[in-house]
Design a protein around this ligand. Structure first.
Ligand code: COI
Length: 356
């Protein structure tokens, strides 16, 4: 295993004084991880250094053609002071799936996880203890070649930064209002929808902006070909409780394979509930709503955790779900998932990994 060099900061920053007001992703810890890739040399020079700006050539390829991938994970502080990660090996595996799609050389998943654990251990005093707050971990890779021709980079950087964060949505566990997007599309099959890459999020900005102007928190994407099938919400996967079936769109290449999505499915099935991963038309959801069968809707994501959806607007149709309140299944799922993550519920699935 390569040695991870550590240079500790000589100027530790002041930590946030009020952890209930952290918001999401705007405060960063004292250190960051960096590793370089150069063709012929592979990934090399893993190091933890003081957090700060990095130098890039103005022609760096990532700035022009978006050869970037990223992940989102969290470190949780338990009441008895332990530090837990949630299924981190799944994030590393997904990072390599994204790498493959973006022509980025694969990383050694186990080694990358060791590096992340070391960074979290060094910055452990930054992990918030306030309820619902955690340390959001953002691994990312980008091409740095100084060259404006379009081709896969031969020089890249893998970095990890950490941000003590609260809820992603200001609404917290209050249901969010979602706008069903019928004009813009996020991804199509054969595109990059299943990869966690900046371009997918760039594609979402305009629709997101317009939805916010109309007072909606995020958009629900429909498929890029027929604008008929439900795909995912901006930063989360989506589930609908229709009658006694819980439905989530099947992964067909244009949807991000969420780790919270996967965990939610496993938890719901362990309760004996019927969960279907299948194509689902927005028309079906509307018809279920009209018949009084659309009982709950919620999103899942690392940042968003479980976010109940209280309203869906599709064209002229406004669907008020569960009177705009969190539903029973959403609440139970939230309690179970966060209970496992914060170590208050026994982790019978063996999903958490302790950082020592
Ligand atoms: C996450 O849930 O970790 C995400 O990556 C969503 C992010 C774009 C905020």
């Amino acid at each position: 295993m390569q040695e991870i060099k550590v240079e500790l900061t000589k100027h530790p920053k002041a930590k946030p004084t009020d952890e209930t007001k952290l918001g999401f992703g705007s405060v960063f810890t004292d250190h960051m991880f960096i590793m370089n890739y150069d063709e012929g040399q592979g990934w090399h020079d893993p190091r933890i250094v003081p957090y700060g700006p990095i130098e890039l050539d103005p022609s760096a390829m990532c700035l022009h053609y978006g050869q970037t991938v990223f992940e989102g994970m969290k470190a949780y502080r338990t009441k008895d002071g332990r530090i837990l990660l949630f299924r981190p090996e799944k994030n590393m595996a997904r990072l390599n799936v994204s790498n493959e799609r973006l022509c980025i050389p694969k990383i050694d998943e186990a080694f990358a996880l060791t590096c992340i654990e070391k960074l979290v251990a060094i910055d452990k005093d930054w992990i918030p203890t306030a309820e619902g707050a955690s340390l959001y971990i953002r691994p990312f890779i980008f091409a740095t070649d100084a060259h404006v021709g379009v081709h896969p980079g031969k020089h890249l950087m893998f970095m990890v930064i950490c941000s003590p964060s609260g809820a992603y949505y200001p609404e917290g566990l209050d249901p969010v209002k979602i706008y069903v997007e019928s004009s813009y599309v996020r991804a199509v099959r054969g595109g990059m929808g299943y990869a966690k890459t900046g371009g997918n999020y760039a594609a979402s900005l305009k629709a997101q902006d317009e939805a916010e102007e109309q007072n909606y928190t995020q958009v629900l994407w429909l498929d890029g070909v027929e604008r008929k099938y439900v795909e995912e919400v901006g930063t989360m996967n989506v589930f609908f409780v229709i009658g006694d079936e819980i439905v989530t769109p099947a992964l067909q290449g244009s949807i991000l394979p969420g780790i919270t999505r996967m965990s939610a499915i496993e938890i719901l099935k362990s309760w004996g509930l019927k969960v279907s991963e299948r194509p689902i038309e927005i028309q079906e959801i509307y018809e279920a709503y009209q018949k009084g069968q659309l009982k709950e809707a919620f999103g899942t994501g690392t940042a968003a955790v479980i976010s109940p959806i209280g309203q869906l607007k599709w064209g002229d149709h406004v669907m008020e779900i569960n009177n705009g309140k969190i539903g029973e299944i959403s609440q139970r799922l939230y309690d179970t998932l966060t209970g496992i993550q914060w170590g208050t519920i026994e982790d019978t699935m063996h999903w958490t990994v302790e950082v020592k």
